[in-house]
Design a protein around this ligand. Structure first.
Ligand code: FAD
Length: 404
C-alpha cells in the first residue's frame, strides 16, 4: 500500500472517532439486510446492548491510527483471528464485510467520503483482510494437526454438576472416543446449540478444568434478563433447562490467546482475580499452574455477590488444603452471611486498594483478570496505581472482541 494511502486513512480518524458508533450501527444493519447468511456469526444480544458496535467502532479507529504499523495491531489481530476461527469465519466472508463497510462509509459520511477516501479504505481493508485470512488459515491448520479436527464435532454430554445456584458444569466427551489433546489453560471452545425453532446458534465457553484426554469441562452461568423487557440468555438457559446426560452437542477445538504463561522466575507469584463466572478460564490455569510449578506462590481473589452464587467452593477447598503455595481469598459484595471455614478467608465489599495491600504486600506478580468489564477496569487501575506494569496484566472479557 502506498504511503499516501496511509495518510488518507489517518486523516479520516477524527471523523471516525466522531461517527464511529453510527458507522458501526449502520454497517451491521446494511450487512444483515444485504447478506443475511452472515447473521449466524453474530449474537443479537450484543447488537442490542451495543457492545458489538462499540467493538467495531474502536477497531476502525485503532486501525486508522496504526494501519502502517501492523506490529502495533499484532495482539489485537491475534485475539480476533482466534475468535474468527472459533466461529468458523472463512475467506469468502471478508468481501461481504468489505463491501458493506464501504457502502456504509459512503452512506454515513456523505460528501465527506470522497473517492480518494473510499479507495484508500478499500485498499486498507484488503490489506487487513489478507492478514486475517493468512493467520486464520494457519490456525485452522494448527487445529487439525494438534486436535485432529476443525469446525464442529459431535460430543456427548456425560455429566452435569451444579457449581452454584446459577452456574452448572457440563462434561463433554467426543462421540468418536478419540483422546482429546492438551489445550492451553485459559482457552475456550465454541458450542453450536439447536434452539426450539430448529435454528442453530453459537457461543464461546472457556474450558474450566485442566486438560484431560477424556472430556472437556465448561461451566455456564444461567443468564437471567437484566431488564424485564429483555429476554433471558438464549443458550445458557437452553443448556441449563434442556440438556441432560446422553444429549449431543457440537463443539469446536479450543481457541484463544488468554492463556497462562508461567514466568521463567519459578518464584514469581501468579495472581488470579475472578469476578463471578469469570473464574472459568482462571480455574483451568490454576489447576495447571499448581500441578506444574510447585515452588511458585499462587493467589486467587474470588469476587462474587454472595455465597449462593459463589462457584467451585468444594473444588477450591480441596486445592487450598492440598497446596501450601496456594492462597485463596473470597470477597462478597452483597452477602447474606459469611461462611467461616478452614483455609477460606472471606471479606466484604468490592475489590479495593486495602485488600490488595493486605493480600499482596509485594505487588510484583503476574495478574490474570476475568469478570465483568467494570470490575476488570477498576482492578487494572488499582494494579497500575500499585506500580504493576501493563505487561504483567492479562485480561479476558466474555463479550465481543475488544477494540484493536
Ligand atoms: P444471550 O442471548 O447472548 O443474552 C446475553 C444477555 O443479554 C442476557 O443477560 C440477556 O438477558 C441480555 N439480553 C437479551 N436481549 C436483550 C436486549 N434486547 N437488549 C439488551 N440485553 C439483552 N459464559 C459462561 O457462562 N461461562 C464461560 O466460561 C464463558 N466463557 C466465555 C469465553 C469467551 C471467550 C467468551 C467471548 C464468552 C464466554 N462466555 C462464558 C459467555 C457466553 O459465550 C455467552 O455470552 C453467555 O452464556 C450468554 O449467552 P446466552 O445465549 O445465554 O445469552
Amino acid at each position: 500500500m502506498k504511503p499516501e494511502t496511509f495518510d488518507i486513512i489517518r486523516q479520516t480518524l477524527p471523523i471516525l472517532e466522531l461517527h464511529g458508533e453510527k458507522i458501526a450501527d449502520c454497517f451491521y444493519k446494511n450487512m444483515f439486510r444485504n447478506n443475511p447468511e452472515v447473521k449466524t456469526f453474530f449474537n443479537p444480544a450484543h447488537q442490542h446492548e451495543g457492545t458489538q458496535q462499540r467493538a467495531l467502532a474502536g477497531a476502525l479507529c485503532a486501525y486508522a491510527q496504526h494501519a502502517d504499523n501492523p506490529e502495533k495491531l499484532k495482539h489485537a489481530i491475534e485475539l480476533i483471528a482466534h475468535k474468527h476461527v472459533a466461529l468458523g469465519i472463512k475467506p469468502e466472508h471478508y468481501p461481504i464485510v468489505g463491501n458493506n463497510l464501504l457502502l456504509t462509509l459512503r452512506e454515513v459520511l456523505g460528501e465527506a467520503a470522497s473517492d480518494d477516501i473510499i479507495d484508500a479504505w478499500a485498499d486498507a481493508y484488503g490489506l487487513l483482510a489478507g492478514l486475517f485470512i493468512d493467520r486464520e488459515d494457519d490456525l485452522y491448520n494448527q487445529q487439525t494437526q494438534q486436535h485432529g479436527w476443525q469446525g464442529f464435532k459431535a460430543f456427548n454430554l456425560i455429566r452435569r454438576h451444579q457449581e452454584s445456584s446459577n452456574i452448572t458444569s457440563f462434561y463433554l466427551s467426543p462421540m468418536d472416543k478419540k483422546p482429546l489433546q492438551a489445550y492451553l489453560p485459559g482457552q475456550y471452545i465454541t458450542l453450536k446449540v439447536q434452539l426450539a425453532d430448529g435454528s442453530q446458534v453459537m457461543r464461546n465457553y472457556s474450558l474450566s478444568a485442566a486438560p484431560r484426554e477424556d472430556y472437556f469441562r465448561i461451566s455456564v452461568k444461567k443468564e437471567k434478563n437484566q431488564l424485564p423487557e429483555h429476554a433471558d440468555g438464549v443458550v445458557s438457559n437452553r443448556l441449563h433447562d434442556n440438556f441432560h446426560e446422553g444429549d449431543q452437542l457440537l463443539v469446536t477445538p479450543p481457541s484463544g490467546v488468554f492463556t497462562l504463561k508461567l514466568p521463567s522466575d519459578n518464584h514469581r507469584r501468579v495472581v488470579f482475580i475472578a469476578g463471578g463466572v469469570g473464574i472459568t478460564p482462571l480455574l483451568s490455569m490454576l489447576h495447571h499452574g499448581l500441578a506444574h510449578s510447585p515452588y511458585r506462590p499462587f493467589t486467587l481473589i474470588q469476587l462474587a455477590r454472595n455465597n449462593d452464587v459463589l462457584p467451585f467452593h468444594e473444588e477450591l477447598l480441596v486445592l487450598a488444603h492440598t497446596y501450601e503455595n496456594f492462597d485463596w481469598h473470597v470477597r462478597l459484595s452483597q452477602p447474606a452471611s459469611i461462611v467461616n471455614s478452614d483455609k477460606l478467608h472471606q471479606s466484604l465489599g468490592h475489590i479495593d486498594k486495602a485488600l490488595l495491600e493486605q493480600l499482596l504486600p509485594d505487588p510484583q506478580a503476574d495478574y490474570y483478570l476475568c469478570g465483568p468489564k467494570a470490575m476488570m477496569k477498576a482492578t487494572r487501575l488499582l494494579l497500575q496505581q500499585r506500580g504493576v506494569e501493563d505487561s504483567a496484566i492479562f485480561a479476558e472479557f466474555f463479550g465481543p472482541a475488544e477494540a484493536l
